[in-house]
Design a protein around this ligand. Structure first.
Ligand code: CP
Length: 309
């Protein structure tokens, strides 16, 4: 495939290839090498229709470290404000000679539509509540780096599962890599039929965290909740927030993860977010290596997507 649209459709071989390639780039970054000529002459556009700190900045750095030219497009300062469609915007940028389009869009399936329309590679950087594959890949990378494996681990994903593209991509990726996945959150934030994805679902956070090797806490997405948060942020913290007491139920060497941005004091308490189990900062660092691997593979490095070709 020329695109990375989601982990639902990605086969295990390609997931493993991305993780292995990311390891090579992590080693380069460990040596503080911030420029390799791999993508000299190539161009990447970050086409973001929703806000982002981590994903957009790390794709920009990943491209620049590989010597690609990177342009950042933002909805507010572009001709989208004059009514230009997504298709026309993307085609316009492609015709300037761009090889990879990284897109974040509020509509599920927007990257898939663009992938059919463009010759350029398309990377889904988050489409509504559907998928965020590069986040899940950096989460998989971080778990493998810290635990040495993914297979057989118990991973608890806690919080707003309903609105979470991170949860969906993580569930597909983790299951394919052989992990046991459980989820927990308020009944109002658990999608119906979630167990059809092969996960166990709980409404008591404690039941999910019990014996977990990894606890991945999700952001409460206030902006996607039309009627405001139910329960309220304060109630949420008391009943569902992950804090030191609840984290004690997990394995002693548990990894505490969060994709960011965090609502400190709501879904996660500050003491554990900054505590010794937390790998939240490492997730961010690993995001650069994983996105370097993705840009490298989509530009013809390695044998990504061979099965489809
Ligand atoms: N985790 C994540 O996607 O963060 P940003 O929204 O800051 O990119």
């Amino acid at each position: 495939s020329k695109d990375i649209l989601g982990l639902e459709e990605m086969d295990v071989g390609d997931i493993e290839l991305i993780l292995e390639t990311a390891e090579s780039f992590k080693e380069i970054l460990r040596r503080d090498i911030k420029k390799v000529p791999t993508l000299r002459g190539k161009s990447v556009v970050n086409l973001f229709y929703e806000p982002s700190t981590r994903t957009r900045s790390s794709f920009e750095l990943a491209g620049k470290y590989l010597s690609a030219d990177v342009i950042n497009f933002s909805k507010a300062t572009s001709s989208v404000a004059k009514g230009e469609t997504l298709k026309d915007t993307a085609k316009t940028i492609e015709m300037m000679g761009v090889q990879v389009v990284v897109i974040r869009h509020p509509v599920p399936g927007a990257p898939h539509m663009l992938a059919r329309y463009l010759d350029a590679g398309v990377v889904n950087a988050g489409d509504g509540a559907h998928e965020h594959p590069t986040q899940a890949l950096l989460d998989l990378y971080t778990i493998k780096e810290k635990k040495g494996r993914i297979r057989g681990l118990k991973v608890a994903i806690i919080g707003d599962i309903l609105h979470s593209r991170v949860a969906r991509s993580n569930i597909w990726g983790l299951k394919k890599m052989g992990a046991e996945v459980v989820v927990a959150g308020p009944r109002t934030l658990l999608p119906p039929f979630i167990e059809e994805l092969g996960v166990r679902a709980y409404t008591r956070v404690e039941d999910a965290i019990e014996g977990a090797d990894v606890v991945n806490v999700l952001r409460i997405q206030m902006e996607r909740q039309k009627k405001g948060l139910f329960p309220s942020p304060r109630e949420y913290a008391i009943i569902f927030g992950v804090n030191a007491e609840r984290l004690k139920l997990a394995k002693k060497d548990v990894l505490l993860m969060h994709p960011g941005p965090m609502n400190r004091g709501i879904e996660i308490s500050s003491d554990i977010a900054d505590g010794e189990s937390s790998v939240i900062n490492e997730q961010v660092t690993n995001g650069v290596a994983v996105r370097m691997a993705i840009l490298y593979l989509l530009n013809g490095g390695g044998k990504f997507g061979e099965k489809d070709n």
